[in-house]
Design a protein around this ligand. Structure first.
Ligand code: NAD
Length: 492
């Protein structure tokens, strides 16, 4: 009998008020039931928000360095449990162990980083235009933060949001993705063990119903959402009606540009990792590779060879290079895009089918798939597939590569492979994306630079680094007049 897990509200584990639960199954093996989790509705969300609201005044008054110390202890616990958490994560969402270790490491990095912010959170002091007047700006926490997260980075993304929110003195309700509640629960338990007071961080599990209830709850002052652009639009509209802080990280259709002077082996390595890492299910996945016509055939041949050799299987097996996709819905979506690509006239160079042989038939496995002769107008070149499907697009020049690279509704990540520094700088300047790489694939962000994208990927905010502090705080400008008389700014 699989374990049953409740919501974590006010320091206690509670089942959904309705008694409803949902199953969390291993995408590499549908017979492996990871656990049953509370299927939360509006009343469960309301209980979690009430707990967070109640905990806010005391947490806000806890000195920021003390808040940071709790985060520091949490980071130390994460370091100790990294391997267990990585294994839980691979079991619940499929990506290979090396990648789930990386996911936990990202949570560790972010937790240490934000622990340090307990002693920073710098404001400004600045001279006044008047005598005997002092002025400064300080950050204030905002209140209850509602965090809604996706399944593909199930510990990293909740930590990117929760750690800055907490160190600034906000309290939190996290709505975990329905495919990965265990990894969020592991994170929450770590913070509990590190000494976070009850009610400061609450977890509700469930799907769209719980997410929508959290975003729309009147006592939630900040919404931070990561997920698809379609859901992000709904979240944004709901939050706007109540003037909530609203931070959105959404889809991507990222591009690697391979120039005629590139080191082709390096570019192939990058495109394999960028395109098929996490089975193509990263917001930063390199789902498009734009290749200069003079090296297109050579690149395509080597890339396809490598894609065909990738070892597919259960991510817990150290020999596995690519795990399953997350669920049956994603498998069908990937299949449907393969059909669309063929119909649009692209050339299927390899893959294109679900894996139905041997042990693979028990899970949601899809062959690494490469389309050649893709044109920028095709849907497979414009829409986020979120599976192991890469489109190769031939171009005649750097200018054309940049034009094609920018021609999507998204703007998360882009990269160029070239040995020509002028080409690298030209592309760096012209690509309208939040992240850019030179001679590296579209994935590989670190926690101490801002993370996020333009256009349909984001709404102008950034995650990670000090930029994350902007989402979770308000500024207060303070003027202290010690002149003893009335002084009028702009007049005296
Ligand atoms: P999704 O939009 O289906 O779900 C994201 C979260 O929103 C889940 O927790 C879900 O339960 C919740 N949700 C669903 N409907 C809701 C509603 N109406 N109101 C409030 N919450 C709701 O996305 P997903 O399939 O979990 O994740 C994949 C997507 O996430 C891809 O588009 C990917 O590019 C994107 N993503 C973006 C980033 C980034 O930083 N830009 C990072 C990772 C993933």
């Amino acid at each position: 009998m699989a374990e049953a897990f409740g919501n974590y509200v006010g320091g206690r584990f509670l089942p959904a008020a309705s008694g409803r639960a949902f199953e969390n199954r291993n995408p590499a093996d549908a017979s492996d039931l990871v656990g049953r989790f509370a299927d939360s509705a509006a009343d469960d969300v309301a209980a979690a928000v009430a707990a967070a609201r109640q905990a806010f005044p005391a947490w806000k008054r806890t000195p920021a360095p003390k808040r940071g110390e709790i985060l520091y202890r949490a980071a130390e616990i994460l370091v100790r449990r990294k391997e267990d958490f990585a294994r839980d994560m691979t079991r619940e969402m499929g990506k290979v162990l090396a990648e789930t270790r990386g996911d936990v490491q990202e949570a560790i990095d972010m937790t240490y980083y934000m622990a340090g912010e307990g002693r920073r959170q710098f404001g400004h002091t600045t001279p006044s235009e008047l005598r005997d007047k002092f002025q400064m700006s300080v950050r204030m926490p905002v209140g209850v933060a509602g965090l809604v997260t996706p399944w593909n980075f199930p510990m990293a993304i909740p930590s990117w949001k929760a750690m800055p929110a907490l160190v600034l003195g906000n309290t939190v309700v996290l709505k975990a993705a329905p495919d990965t509640p265990l990894s969020s629960l592991n994170l929450v338990r770590v913070l509990e063990e590190a000494g976070l007071p009850p009610g400061v961080l609450n977890l509700v599990t469930g799907g769209a119903e719980a997410g929508a209830a959290l975003v729309g709850h009147p006592d939630v002052a900040i919404v931070s959402f990561t997920g698809s652009t379609a859901t992000g639009r709904k979240v944004s509209e709901t939050a706007a009606r109540a003037f909530k802080h609203c931070h959105l990280e959404m889809g991507g259709k990222n591009v690697i540009m391979v120039m005629e002077d590139a080191d082709l082996d390096l570019a192939v390595d990058g495109a394999v990792w960028g395109g098929f890492g996490t089975s193509g299910q990263r917001c930063t996945a390199a789902s498009r590779v734009v290749v200069h016509a003079s090296v297109y055939e050579a690149f395509a041949r080597r890339f396809v060879e490598r894609a065909q050799k990738l070892r597919i299987g259960n991510g817990l097996d150290p020999a596995t290079e690519m795990g399953p996709v997350i669920n049956e819905t994603q498998l069908r979506k990937t299949e449907s895009y393969v059909a669309i690509g063929k119909q649009e006239g692209a050339t299927l160079l390899c893959g294109g089918r679900r894996c139905s042989e041997g042990d693979l038939a028990r899970g949601c496995f899809f062959e690494p798939t490469v389309f050649g002769a893709v044109t920028p107008a095709m849907r497979i070149a414009r829409e986020e597939i979120f599976g192991p499907v890469v489109s190769l697009i031939p171009v005649g020049s750097l200018e054309e590569a940049i034009e094609v690279g920018n021609a999507t509704d998204y703007g998360l990540s882009a990269s160029i492979y070239t040995r020509d520094i002028s080409k690298a700088f030209r592309a760096m300047q012209e690509m309208f994306t939040g992240i850019f790489y030179v001679n590296a694939p579209t994935i590989g962000a670190e926690t101490h630079l801002p993370f996020g994208g333009t256009k349909g990927t984001g709404n102008g905010h950034r995650e990670a680094c000090v930029q994350a502090l902007e989402v979770f705080s308000e500024w207060k400008s303070i003027y202290v007049d010690f002149s003893g008389g009335l002084q009028r700014a702009q007049i005296d």
